[in-house]
Design a protein around this ligand. Structure first.
Ligand code: GUN
Length: 294
């Protein structure tokens, strides 16, 4: 079994980006500027956004955190989005999900300028991704593809089973893995909550991507010997013995499944750090596009 070490690969990617940012600075150019909008005080979102902003600082990007109160109205958020679209200093930005229930997420995502949509959530970008066109690819699926590429995992003609059909992970993952190219060319089965025979399907899988958010859902008796296991789940399990009051766990019963897997991602330290690295890569791309547009 080989660990797909997302922490290590994400550090490599961040170092590569740092080299580019340093060169930009030396040429006297403006460095990429990422903004992140967070509405409310969801614990996991605060952690993720904090981590994104800190990573920007570490690699030499500019970053701005816009933290709005839980009771922010939909119109006020849309106004903030319009401001960010028109702010020439901001190259790319994200609106952290989930949003509070009183705000229509779709309406907000539709208002984001596709050229600044470094999350790749806007239908223009999602559509381009699905049509093999060059665009911003959502950071988590992009990170998984990059992890498979850098470990040279053989995916050619393999059966990939994706668990979960979310717009952010499962759905784009199923599309990317079925496309032509490196770490792709798979035959894909996309499973979800209404799938009847999930174990029958995962047992046939050469690659399993689990993006369900149910701790230890994928057990050893559900995977075949030598399978590649990608665990996207990051669930906080309450634990009073921990200083922060919880521990993080994935969808995969790592201890047992790792005995059968050829490659497996740990949680934490697998897909999570890759998501941040690819968001930074998208921000660098946004800067380049912005500069070229003039
Ligand atoms: N919530 C969970 N994952 C993500 C992500 O990649 N981007 C944003 N904006 N929100 C998220």
């Amino acid at each position: 079994m080989e660990l797909l070490d997302g922490k290590k690969i994400s550090n490599e990617i961040k170092e590569e980006i740092t080299v580019e940012v340093t060169a930009m600075k030396e040429r006297g150019e403006k460095v990429p500027h990422l903004a992140a909008v967070l509405v409310g005080n969801d614990g996991a979102s605060l952690t993720y956004v904090g981590s994104k902003v800190r990573s920007c600082k570490k690699i030499g990007f500019e970053s701005t955190l816009i933290h709005l109160p839980e009771e922010t109205t939909e119109e006020a958020l849309l106004q903030k989005v319009r401001e960010l679209n028109n702010d020439d200093d901001i190259d790319g930005y994200i609106v952290q999900l989930p949003l509070p229930k009183h705000i229509d997420e779709e309406k907000v995502l539709m208002a984001v300028d596709p050229d600044k949509d470094v999350d790749g959530f806007h239908p223009v970008n999602f559509g381009k991704m699905a049509l093999d066109m060059d665009t911003f690819i959502s950071a988590t699926p992009y990170g998984i593809m990059e992890l498979l590429r850098r470990y040279k995992v053989d995916t050619e003609g393999k059966h990939a089973v994706v668990i979960g059909r979310s717009h952010i992970v499962g759905r784009p993952m199923s599309i990317l893995m079925s496309q032509k190219g490196d770490a792709a060319n798979c035959t894909v089965t996309l499973t979800h909550s209404r799938t009847k025979n999930i174990k029958e399907l995962t047992l046939q899988a050469d690659i399993v991507v689990s993006a369900l958010g149910v701790p230890h859902f994928l057990k050893a008796d559900m995977v075949k010997e030598g399978a590649v296991i990608i665990d996207v789940g990051i669930t906080r399990v309450p634990d009073d013995s921990k200083e922060r009051g919880y521990f993080l766990t994935g969808d995969v019963d790592f201890e047992q499944v790792s005995k059968k897997a050829s490659f497996i991602t740990p949680v934490p330290g697998g897909v999570g750090p890759m998501t941040i690295a690819m968001l930074l890569k998208n921000t660098l791309l946004a800067r380049e596009r912005h500069r070229n547009k003039g």
